[in-house]
Design a protein around this ligand. Structure first.
Ligand SMILES: Nc1ncnc2c1ncn2[C@@H]1O[C@H](COP(=O)(O)OP(=O)(O)O)[C@@H](O)[C@H]1O
Ligand SMILES: CC(=O)OP(=O)(O)O
Ligand SMILES: [Mg+2]
Length: 405
């Protein structure tokens, strides 16, 4: 049974074609052995050309081309998979389902076959997830039109956080906003944090762990995981909140807005658009939302880029402190996502001076490390790991279950 998983990130499109035959929960399953093809497009919508990468069996190609939106990225994925020379499918009908790492379904939190109601529930949340929901809806509609017989499944990112206790889920709003308007802390990056929960339990050989999963990428969030379940997370009602994101603001005081309207003469809509596309690391650095550009500029002495890095790290450490208190300690800190897996600079800054908490990074192990492996010194009470995420594996498992049902 083949499942194509589509992961439309805020800055990227990634896909994997996976063979999900047999028992997927067996201990000896190695998710990477199940991947028949994979591809990625980075820097979607950037002024510069997007970097595209595709691997199908032994065929591997990296090239640059303009990819202005996610629709074109999905189209090129299908073209690659069915390409007469290098493709691995004669026809898209060889795929049993397409699973989407869908972001915000609001009233629909879980894994569902995509139908009109699911698309409507996502559209109701467009205003809450403007960088994520519209491209997913567009891609789902495009694929439904092109392959009307192919089941499409939405595995929503909020599902993993359904276990968060009430006291960490509600905002202190006027009464009934949660019931009437679904205003609550939903949490996102559920597939990634769930993968980290499963993988750290495998790596340490026990599942009674207190883990802080640091998903740091185009969008970033931390999740506290206790005994495999999400118990606290940094994102709230929308994926704009929590840590500063690539170009989205992170936590912000809503009462700044009326004042901003008055002083800037801009409408609420314009200001919200700016907060969701010109803020975050991009706004702070006044340069780029991509950490590679910011690190390079900071290393050359650019003060705004250095500040962007500092703010990002401070916010991560602040939330980490709250999570350590909430769980009464931490057994594993796991770094994942494009930044978590690649940036030794950010990891070092996050772990600096935490000896008194029993958290000690081995700086030489950390340097240049990009693959799965431990980064802590032998005597550190808390283990520190890089664990490359595998959101697609989680989505594939949930998709198989959904079409089975
Ligand atoms: N080598 C690298 N060093 C530092 N940061 C990196 C590196 N590669 C990627 N990144 C960061 O990771 C981000 C992409 O992360 P990813 O998790 O793939 O994003 P998305 O939110 O689109 O799913 C980029 O925007 C960039 O900030
Ligand atoms: C919230 C979310 O899913 O973010 P991204 O895919 O951009 O990492
Ligand atoms: Mg992502």
């Amino acid at each position: 049974m083949l499942i194509l998983v589509a992961n439309l990130g805020s800055t990227s499109f990634k896909y994997k074609l996976l063979d999900v035959s047999g028992d997927l929960h067996a201990a000896d399953i190695r998710p990477d052995d199940r991947v028949l093809a994979r591809g990625a497009v980075e820097r979607i919508g950037d002024a510069s050309e997007s970097r595209c990468e595709v691997t199908i069996g032994d065929y591997h190609n990296v090239y640059e081309m303009p990819v202005p939106d996610h629709g074109i990225a999905v189209q090129s994925c299908l073209d690659q998979l069915t390409d007469a020379q290098h493709g691995c499918l004669k026809d898209a009908s060889e795929v049993s389902a397409i699973g989407f790492k869908a972001v915000h379904g609001g009233r629909k939190s879980g894994t569902f076959l995509v139908d009109d109601d699911v698309l409507e529930a996502m559209a109701e949340m467009n205003a809450a997830a403007p960088a994520h929901n519209p491209p997913y809806i567009a891609a789902m509609k495009l694929l439904r039109e092109r392959f009307p017989d192919l089941p499409l499944v939405a595995a929503f990112e909020t599902e993993f956080h359904d276990s968060i206790p009430e006291a960490r889920r509600v905002y202190a709003t006027p009464p009934n906003w949660r019931e009437e308007y679904q205003v609550q802390k939903w949490g996102f990056h559920g597939s990634s944090h769930r993968f980290i929960a499963e993988r750290t339990a495998e790596l340490l050989g026990r599942d009674d762990l207190r883990v802080i999963s640091c998903h740091l990428g185009g969008s970033s969030s931390l999740t506290a995981i206790q005994n495999g379940k999400s118990v606290m997370t940094t994102m709230g009602m929308t994926p704009q909140t929590g840590l500063p994101q690539n170009n989205r603001v992170g936590d912000f005081d809503p009462f700044a807005l009326p004042l901003l309207i008055e002083r800037s003469g801009k409408s609420l809509e314009v200001l919200l658009g700016e907060l969701a596309s010109e803020g975050g690391l991009k706004g702070l650095s006044d340069r780029s939302g991509d950490l590679r550009d910011i690190e390079a500029a900071a290393a050359e002495g650019d003060a705004k880029s250095a500040l962007a890095l500092d703010v990002y790290v401070e916010e991560i450490r602040r939330h980490m402190g709250g999570m350590i208190v909430a769980m009464g300690g931490v057994d594993v800190i796991a770094f994942t996502g494009g930044i978590g897996e690649n940036s030794d600079v950010v990891r070092r800054a996050i772990c600096a001076n935490l000896q008194s908490l029993g958290i000690v990074l081995d700086e030489s192990r950390n340097e240049g490390h990009r693959t799965e492996g431990p980064l802590h010194v032998e005597s550190s009470q808390t283990q520190i790991w890089v664990v490359p995420t595998n959101e697609e594996w989680i989505v594939a498992k949930r998709t198989k279950q959904a079409i089975g049902n």
